[in-house]
Write a protein that binds this ligand. Structure first.
Ligand code: E4P
Length: 218
């Protein structure tokens, strides 16, 4: 399973990218707004840090404008993926952009049917939002695992990005059902790294090693 980071914060992206585990970045209008900077500048800066798919979302809700915004955003860098909300106009835009060779990520997916429509329209990625489904008392993981199974049955090339991840168990469950990608918030990456037995193990090794003679600097 590949990892993307779900943020528009440059410092967070730099830090997690330095671990050598990042394959891409997803942003959305809310994450961009949180940074208080010019949208295109943020996106460009991200492309200079991570060499992988960077999702940037259109804000139009009508096909022609979505296509226009998508074409503009795709000029920023070859790695830009145009994120388009799941809606009728969005499907039309995905179909047009994909025929032009512009990659898309259909976002705000909450059902298998929506994902199937997006895949058939030519989406490169679909983003099911599992945390937001959990929030309203539906099982987000069930959607992700159903999608994974159904895409496999039909050999659908569209990749699944598990999104709206809220905890480390979400990551574990996504990996078990073979999801292609998880887009993970900064805070969850930090939690994934931690285990109390690792911390106490390191402490004990360092303590025991204190009196060992060495030839170099250890
Ligand atoms: C995905 O691409 C979205 O940016 C994101 O995962 C939304 O997550 P949220 O439900 O925590 O806002």
């Amino acid at each position: 399973m590949k990892f993307f980071i779900d943020t528009a914060n440059i410092e967070e992206i730099k830090e997690i990218n330095s671990w050598g585990i990042l394959s891409g970045v997803t942003t959305n209008p809310s994450l961009i707004a949180r940074e208080g900077r010019v949208f295109e500048n943020v996106v460009k800066e991200i492309t200079e840090i991570v060499d992988g798919p960077i999702s940037a979302e259109v804000t139009a809700t009508e096909c022609d404008l979505m296509v226009k915004q998508g074409r503009e955003l795709s000029k920023i860098h070859k790695n830009i993926i145009i994120k388009i909300p799941m809606m009728e106009e969005g499907l039309k835009a995905v179909s047009i952009l994909s025929k032009e060779g512009i990659k898309t990520n259909v976002t705000l997916i909450f059902s298998v049917n929506q994902a199937l429509l997006a895949a058939n329209a030519g989406a490169t990625y679909v983003s099911p939002f599992l945390g937001r489904l959990d929030d309203i008392g539906q099982d987000g993981m069930e959607l992700v695992s159903d999608l994974s199974e159904i895409f496999d049955i039909y050999g659908i090339k569209t990749e699944i990005i598990a999104a709206s991840i809220r905890n480390t168990m979400h990551i574990y469950e996504c990996a078990k059902c073979g999801v292609d990608i998880a887009t993970v918030p900064y805070k969850i990456f930090k939690q994934m790294n931690k285990h109390p037995l690792t911390d106490s193990g390191i402490e004990k090794f360092l303590e025991d090693f204190k009196n060992v003679e060495t030839k170099g600097e250890f």
